[in-house]
Design a protein. Structure first.
Length: 242
C-alpha cells in the first residue's frame, strides 16, 4: 500500500514538473510566434512589394495640372509606401506658386494622396501686357489671357515690392462691394501709397490697408461731395481736392 502511494505521488510530481516545463515553453513559443509575426509585418510593409507605391492621387486642383503636381512631388513608384517622406513631398508641392496649402497622406495599400488647396485670385496685376492673378496674401500665382470680369486690376511699378502687393490685396478685401464695382484700377507704389482710380475719373488716395473699414465709412460720406481727389489715408482727417 505504501509503495503504491509512493508511485502515485511520483506520477503527480512528474505531471507537475511537466506542466511547469510546458508553461515555460509555451511562453517561449508565444514570444517566438509574436516575433515572427512582427518580422513578417515589417518585411511586408518596408521591404516587400506588397505595399509598394503604385499610384499618386492628386485632388483639389483647378489651376494646376495634376501631372505638374506629380512631377513636383517626385514620388518614386515601386518603393515602399511606408517609407515615403510625406513632409518632404508636401514641401516640394508647396513650391508650386498656385498652391496655398497641401496635405500628403498614405492611402493603403499602394497610394500616396496629395490634397491641394489652391490660391484664389482677389485681383489681377496688369503689367507689360501680362495679366497675373493676385491672391489675398499678395502672391502672384497664375496668368490670364485677359482681365477676368469681376476682378479689380492692380497696377504696379518696377519698384513695387511684394509687401506692397500684400497690402493692396488687403485693401481689395476691405472694399465694400458697391465701391469695388466702381473701381477701374488700384495704383500701388509702396505699402502706404495705394490709390484707387474710379471709372468716373475720381481718384482716392487710400494709403495703407490699415483702418480700411474706417476709410471706407468716411469715403462713403465724402463721395457725396464733388471733388477730383479724395484722401482718406488718415480717416480722422480726410481731405478733398476740387
Amino acid at each position: 500500500m505504501e509503495e503504491r502511494s509512493v508511485r502515485v505521488a511520483r506520477r503527480r510530481f512528474a505531471r507537475r514538473q511537466w506542466a511547469r516545463r510546458w508553461l515555460a515553453w509555451r511562453r517561449v513559443v508565444a514570444v517566438l510566434l509574436t516575433l515572427g509575426v512582427v518580422a513578417g509585418v515589417v518585411w511586408g510593409v518596408y521591404f516587400s512589394t506588397l505595399f509598394a507605391v503604385a499610384e499618386v492621387e492628386v485632388v483639389g486642383t483647378d489651376v494646376l495640372d495634376t501631372a505638374d503636381v506629380r512631377e513636383a512631388a517626385a514620388v518614386a513608384p515601386g518603393g515602399p509606401l511606408a517609407t515615403v517622406p510625406l513632409d518632404a513631398v508636401a514641401a516640394r508641392v508647396e513650391g508650386l506658386a498656385p498652391v496655398k496649402l497641401v496635405e500628403v497622406s498614405r492611402s493603403w495599400p499602394d497610394t500616396v494622396r496629395i490634397a491641394v488647396v489652391e490660391r484664389q485670385a482677389v485681383g489681377v496685376v496688369e503689367r507689360d501686357g501680362v495679366v497675373r492673378g493676385l491672391d489675398a496674401d499678395g502672391v502672384l500665382f497664375r496668368t490670364y489671357p485677359s482681365v477676368p470680369a469681376g476682378l479689380p486690376v492692380v497696377r504696379i511699378s518696377a519698384s513695387t515690392r511684394t509687401e506692397a502687393l500684400a497690402e493692396a490685396a488687403a485693401v481689395i478685401d476691405a472694399l465694400p462691394t458697391d465701391l469695388a464695382e466702381r473701381v477701374d484700377h488700384l495704383a500701388v507704389e509702396t505699402v502706404d501709397s495705394i490709390s484707387l482710380q474710379l471709372r468716373n475719373g475720381r481718384r482716392i488716395f487710400w494709403g495703407s490697408a490699415e483702418a480700411s473699414q474706417s476709410k471706407a465709412d468716411v469715403l462713403e460720406v465724402l463721395l457725396r461731395r464733388k471733388a477730383r481727389v479724395y484722401d482718406v489715408s488718415v480717416p480722422g482727417q480726410p481731405t478733398l481736392t476740387p
